[in-house]
Design a protein around this ligand. Sequence first.
Ligand SMILES: *[C@@H]1O[C@H](CO)[C@@H](O)[C@H](O)[C@H]1NC(C)=O
Length: 401
Amino acid sequence: MTASEIAASFFEYACIAVAAVIALYVLLLALLTTSIFQSHVVYLHAIQMTWFKDLNVPETFGFRRNQVTPFCIKTPDNEELYAWHILPPELYRKNEASLIAEPDGFVPDIKSRLAFKLLKDDPEARLVLHIHGAGGTVASGYRVPNYRALSAGNPNKIHVLTFDYRGFGKSTGSPSENGLTVDALAVVDWAMNVAGIPPSRILIFAQSMGTAVSIAISKHLALQESPVIFAGTVLVAPFVDVATLVSTYRIAGTIPIMGPIATIPFLFKYLQRFIRDKWLSKDSIAQYIRANEFNEKKYRLAIIHAEDDYDIPWHHSQLLFWHAVNASIPTGITYEELEEKRVDTMADLGAAGSVMEWKTNHGVIREEILKTGLHDVIMGYPVVSMAVMRFFEAADPSFTS
Ligand SMILES: *[C@@H]1O[C@H](CO)[C@@H](O)[C@H](O)[C@H]1NC(C)=O
């Protein structure tokens, strides 16, 4: 072979390799337009992360015997959602002997249990309704330290209720935008009507994918004929909507899967039409704020994000905060105008990040940006315990630690 022949065949191989990469990418995009593949990418429900461990043995995740009651909540469309009721540590300790004496494992009738009575019969009990992110189960990743952080402000009074959406873990069914919304509403219904906790003693905590679910149900409940408003809502690492999330999403924080497409606006717009579950959080949060302002209901919303979150860039929180603040002002406010206000009102906490609070006659919208905390680790941080206590105390000043 002459040198030019070698060059020619090398060129041929290079062409084939490039064509193969492009073909694979197009195939991936084509797969992404199918709803089954999309649902696995958005919800990651097949990735349980608690393999080889039994969720019905919460001790293996670090809990004390019967500190967690595993049980089921039924949805109106007959799915069974696997749930955990988690007792705060001090309340557990004070009732330790009686709790240990009860049988352990999955509980078919939670109403028969002491843990349930400790929640239902205490007029001072508070309940954090936990709405988790994509993938995994109630026990995976940083969710367990998250539960500890939620109760930390008052370890006698703050219970946690967490559940797996349809198609996740031991729950039946398969996930969809409508389905997850139905699930979270069924859990709210359980909290209010079975456990008998009024919304003024309930706080919603959500992270990542769960923030979209929580905003959807908050909007739904605020727009009802008799609106339901909770003591507060704490959102960690939210996003504005799925289309925007997809354009910024990086696999393992490095590979921008939609990067090449996002640079071709018309193609990206075209592909967006195939997104089945859009989760339009920025629009829903605005509707939620407008409804509460109109109804003169007291609402409390905290948006928390870490600057080093590689999964969902913290810019999403700034945008969501702006959409929420904009909706609280009849004439609206531009992003730039809000940025100008930031200069005077934002508290710069140095390495701890920054806090900005927007107050109206009816509500408060807080944005807390941490310098560090990644996407999940932040859930176990004191900023979460404090956000919970701040809103429970604001809803009822007699409630302190
Ligand atoms: C901001 O609020 C104003 C007034 O309600 C509204 O007309 C405008 O569409 C909002 N802007 C955005 C980006 O939602």
